[in-house]
Design a protein around this ligand. Structure first.
Ligand SMILES: [Zn+2]
Length: 485
């Protein structure tokens, strides 16, 4: 069975103009679309707001057959499907919050090959009713798209272990499809340093992917890091900053739910209209805060990293990291929410004084997260001794509460192969993941204490080292300090 694809590039462009109303593609949209239509795997690192989703939606709509879009959050799927429906395009989504009637309808449409775009979470993709249908030989699947692929790196080993099994999806499907079938695999992410890129590529088993990387440099985004000496000093610095910003839109990032609640309460008591936002809130509560913030009812939100993915507000003027993130990629992602409209914006990070004598807060927090990760790994290693050398993931998960996590940790250490998305075999391996984690944690500390241009540091870290080594942004705190003598 062959897939009918448009015969010429003019047709592709005409469809693009007709659906989205733009004159022509913005680079590298055209190249990505060509790559996907030619069934060439791709890894795309592109900031949000760069017209990313069009790159996989258009090829999906132009072909006969199905494209699967794996996305981490229901809200993200809903946004994209809603946008498509407003353009009279059909796309469906499958997730656990749907009624059983709705699920049945979509599964039926899937079976009857009526869908071109289906959005689902990795867990839903690997659920029995969906997987059985995808395996039907006559069902044409053109592509598997992983949106927000950084989730695989950040969450794949811990609370979303299903991410670690996606690499086994394509080989398993191809075994059941007519000979000569091609399924293209593409991963999209807003940020990924070289280590994360490698993890994505290996875990998904991308085949000679075309790599598209957009330089994350933004000339309107001014970076600064300030040292605080006491927990109280940290709050005062934030307060002063917010006072200067008056009613402009911003975000304050903290690392834990409790910090988010405490800080929001403190600011509310002082009369600021703000809210605490974290993954512990219900979907409804989160939607309400998002819409208050988007509509300007509350100028800023005190949030954990749970806030932001898929939320697009162009006029965010500032981002404060009240507590620093643990990874440089998290940092870049979070500051990237400011200044999307191209107008000046500020990103300020508050860090404890580096010795940790006077203000050990940051060190304690890093230690806490490192210990948590380590104890999770230790638990998994304990469990590994009890696991059979080969087995089936659902059976393991029923027998051991953390079984699925243990399997994905083993996978990330190179000690486990997925025979298909459900069956594993434990093999001898050597790679030690925790060393990589440690290195990346050190990298962000180097960024905070560097005297060199901050943008230069970031661009190097993200693999854009081809720049002139003397280049500097001229607008970060370090550059300005040098300019002021
Ligand atoms: Zn600079």
């Amino acid at each position: 069975m062959t897939n009918s694809t448009p015969t010429s590039w003019d047709e592709v462009r005409a469809a693009f103009q007709k659906i989205w109303g733009y004159e022509d593609f913005r680079p590298p949209q055209g190249e990505i679309i060509r790559s996907l239509l030619a069934k060439q795997d791709a890894l795309i690192i592109m900031p949000t707001g760069g017209g990313k989703s069009i790159c996989f939606q258009l090829p999906a709509l132009l072909q006969t057959g199905l494209t699967l879009v794996v996305s981490p959050l229901v809200a993200l799927m809903e946004n994209q499907v809603q946008e498509l429906r407003e353009r009279n395009l059909t796309a469906e989504l499958l997730h656990s919050e749907l009624s059983s009637y709705q699920r049945r309808q979509i599964l039926k449409a899937l079976e009857q090959q009526k869908l071109k775009l289906l959005y689902l979470s990795p867990e839903t993709l690997l659920s029995k009713p969906v997987w059985e249908r995808l395996c039907q030989p006559q069902l044409t699947i053109n592509g598997l798209i992983l949106d927000e692929a950084h989730c695989l790196v950040q969450w794949g080993e811990t609370f979303r272990p299903a991410y670690r099994r996606i690499g086994a999806v394509r080989p398993a499907l191809l075994k059941l499809k007519p000979p000569g079938t091609k399924i293209v695999l593409a991963a999209f992410t807003a940020t990924a340093d070289p280590v994360a890129q490698k993890i994505i590529q290996e875990t998904l088993q991308l085949q000679h992917p075309a790599v598209f990387r957009i330089n994350p440099y933004r000339s309107n985004l001014n970076l600064a890091v300030q040292i605080v000496w006491t927990p109280r000093g940290r709050k005062q610095k934030l307060l002063k900053f917010i006072q200067q910003k008056q009613q402009t839109t911003g975000l304050v990032y903290v690392r834990t739910r409790r910090d988010s609640e405490n800080l929001a309460m403190w600011l509310q008591q002082m009369g600021y209209a703000t809210a605490s936002y974290h993954a512990g809130l219900t979907a409804e509560e989160r939607r309400a805060i998002e819409s208050d913030w988007l509509g300007g009812k509350i100028p800023f939100v005190i949030c954990t990293s749970a806030f932001g993915m898929g939320i697009n507000k162009p006029d965010v003027r500032w981002v404060v990291h009240f507590h620093a993130p643990l990874l440089l990629s998290e940092y870049v992602q979070e500051i990237g929410r400011a200044g999307r409209d191209g107008k000046p914006a500020q990103a300020l990070t508050l860090i404890s004084e580096p010795t940790g004598w006077l203000d050990p807060e940051d060190k304690q927090r890093q230690k806490f997260f490192a210990q948590k990760a380590r104890s999770l790994q230790l638990q998994a290693l304990q469990l590994v001794k009890k696991l059979p050398k080969t087995g089936e993931v659902d059976a393991i998960a029923r027998q051991f509460p953390d079984g699925a996590i243990a399997l994905s940790l083993l996978h990330s250490c190179g000690q486990l192969h997925w025979l298909d998305p459900f069956h594993y075999i434990i093999v001898a391996g050597s790679k030690n993941q925790s060393i990589i984690e440690l290195q990346t944690a050190k990298q962000i500390n180097r960024y905070f204490t560097t005297k060199q241009c901050r943008w230069q540091f970031l661009l190097h870290a993200f693999g854009f080292a081809a720049l002139d080594p003397n280049w500097h942004c001229g607008h970060c705190d370090n550059c300005q300090q040098k300019a002021n003598g």
